[in-house]
Design a protein around this ligand. Structure first.
Ligand code: NAD
Length: 340
């Protein structure tokens, strides 16, 4: 395990020269910023599949998250992951920078710092966070205007389980030909199972927001349906199995079954810890509603759905647990004494 602390623009130039030289092997230094629920596992998979000559620099404002990411490498038996001391440190060392951060303002600040540092040196910025479309377009513009490389939005679907199992779906917003850069193909193959090319810049995010609007609502419908079944006195394990094979099947009802004790390896089985936080579901709901409003597209369930997530997020214990916790919370609100 190595810790990396020095920062130098000169070294950045060396790194770039090395990376783009015609001699083989070509080295690539990847950077990963944002080591939370998703970033921990995504960076672990990226690291485990690096070519022997490549390196991965990881950074998070929360220092224990960096220590945890370095700890994840133990199984792979090789030391190619380095703890960066700052965003600038990542920027100075890496040609390809992946971000997995909470909101647009975080991503924009990170990209701006790196662009300011490297000015005309090319960096490929891959943002897999779920952020608002106007900020994504502003980031694309700032990279383009500074002639600082390339930015693409590459949000993911599949949640924490998809990150853990490297089965994420990437939704790519990118102008021009599909993937001509082997480094991009490597990243997406290492961390995911599917790539969807959605078209121009920010269309990956458009797809992500439309999808997560659907997820947020099916999660509420699942909670209602499962509480109804419980109140009917049904065996919940049998009901969950039935739904998973019937027309009520969805990610929220089957893959992320909300009933504790029914399915192994899902957040409901561990006090709704981990997974996709209710606060992030609310964030996506808000972003989807705002985007729809900005283009005059009515979302007929938007207001009621947002109100439910707003209310849930008034409680920190709900806001920070997996969205399936709505099953328990709405069950309690309905006065169902049988809800555990
Ligand atoms: P998280 O809150 O667990 O992790 C975010 C990490 O970013 C934290 O470790 C935080 O310390 C770090 N961070 C914040 N600001 C930073 C900065 N300026 N520089 C460096 N690090 C910084 O969030 P998450 O669940 O990993 O989600 C990350 C993004 O992915 C969000 O945009 C989310 O909407 C999206 N997403 C999450 C899921 C999921 O299931 N959790 C699924 C799909 C997409």
């Amino acid at each position: 395990m190595q810790r990396f602390t020095r920062t130098s623009a000169a070294r950045a130039t060396r790194t770039l020269a090395r990376s783009f030289s015609s001699s083989t092997p070509v080295l690539t230094n990847y950077g990963f910023i944002g080591l939370g629920q998703m970033g921990q596992n995504m960076s672990r998979h990226l690291h485990s599949k690096l070519k022997p000559e490549d390196k991965l620099f990881v950074y998070d404002v929360n220092a224990p998250a960096i220590t945890a990411a370095l700890g994840n490498t133990k199984d792979h038996g090789h030391q190619q992951m380095y703890a960066a001391s700052s965003v600038v440190d990542v920027g100075a060392n890496c040609e390809v920078v992946i971000t997995m951060l909470p909101e647009g303002k975080h991503v924009k600040a990170v990209v701006q710092e790196i662009v300011d540092l490297k000015k005309d040196s090319p960096t490929v910025f891959v943002d897999s966070s779920t952020i608002d479309i106007p900020t994504s377009q502003a980031i694309s513009q700032l990279v383009r205007e500074a002639n600082a490389g390339e930015y693409l939005d590459a949000p993911v679907s599949g949640g924490a389980m998809g990150a853990r199992d490297a089965t994420l779906s990437f939704m790519i917003g990118r102008e021009g030909p599909k993937l001509t850069d082997d480094r991009l193909q490597f990243i997406f193959d290492a961390m995911g199972a599917r790539i969807f090319f959605m078209g121009k810049i920010s269309s990956g995010l458009a797809a992500k927001l439309a999808n997560n609007y659907l997820l947020a609502l099916t999660n509420i419908a699942t909670a209602d349906s499962f509480n109804l079944a419980r109140t009917f006195g049904l065996d919940m394990a049998v009901y969950a199995e039935l739904v998973s094979k019937s027309t009520g099947n969805s990610w929220a009802s089957a893959t992320n079954c909300p009933v504790p004790g029914v399915k192994a390896g899902v957040p409901s089985n561990d006090g709704y810890k981990g997974g996709f936080a209710t606060r992030l579901t609310r964030k996506d709901m808000v972003l989807a509603c705002q985007s729809a409003e900005s283009i005059g597209q009515p979302l007929f369930l938007g207001a009621i759905g947002k109100e439910i997530y707003d209310k849930a997020c008034e409680r920190e214990d709900l806001a920070n647990r997996d969205l399936a916790v709505l099953y328990e919370w709405l069950g309690e609100m309905g006065g169902d004494s049988r809800v555990a």
